[in-house]
Write a protein that binds this ligand. Sequence first.
Ligand code: AMP
Ligand code: FE
Ligand code: FE
Ligand code: ZN
Length: 283
Amino acid sequence: MPGPIDLHTHSSVSDGTETPTELVKAAVAAGLGTVAITDHDSTAGWQEAFAAASGTGLTVIPGMELSTNYGPASVHMLAYLFDQADAMIIAETARIRDGRMHRAERIVERIAVDYDITWEEVLAQSVEGGTLGRPHIADALVAKGLVSDRSAAFESILHWRSGYYEKYYAPSPLDGVRMIVAAGGVPVLAHPATQGRYRVIEERAIAELVAAGLFGLEIHHRDNTEDGKVRLYELAAKYDLVVTGSSDYHGVGKHNRLAENTTEPEALARIVAAGTGSAPYRG
Ligand code: AMP
Ligand code: FE
Ligand code: FE
Ligand code: ZN
């Protein structure tokens, strides 16, 4: 379908604020030709997104943003067109979601020592069976009037240096790539050059991921630094990696707007040709 291509969005299945149906409607309203639904560690939104896209002309790419841990850093791996019934994918994402749930509960227990907030209030901000994260804790804090919005929560109570924070279980990036490829999917490193605890992932690590089947780099993303983008372009050329761009839309949960960054049709064509575990839904 002609029209802008946005390969990274979240629904309420994880930490977006719109249901998959609302997300698809927003994509159509924004004039997108193709949207990928990439909830954190879950494929639970795929079928609803396909159904919502039916008859709209929008193409939906089934995807996910897999959590991985690389030493102290949390590395996000986009995965497209894999088989959502793959046993390894099911088991590993269930393990991550379970770990996230218990970790969020422990973070809330610590916050509750200092602030008037309960675990039930956090759960009320999330969808049953969804992927729980700090954004849901943020929403509960906002609902209680303790912070003004998600960003304010992340800069204070939910900051990793706040004293309340803890990490959650996730596989290594290498195991993530192997698992996605084994399920017929296409792995693309998400926002690999953000400012912060780690900057651009070192070349040695990228080379190892490429050997295992890493297919692309999400270069056009608002969180990548300008210096980082230059470096990522060099790596993409050297290792023949596809370059993607996307919004990382979270509904009203983030300032990111649909199609604020987009992917070239040639890049999408390479991803679609490589993905064998599931198919784009042409609505
Ligand atoms: P977690 O996965 O629970 O550690 O929480 C990280 C998630 O919070 C990421 O997926 C981001 O989408 C979201 N996030 C991080 N920083 C912010 C922010 N400043 N405002 C809104 N959402 C954020
Ligand atoms: Fe998120
Ligand atoms: Fe991410
Ligand atoms: Zn994301």
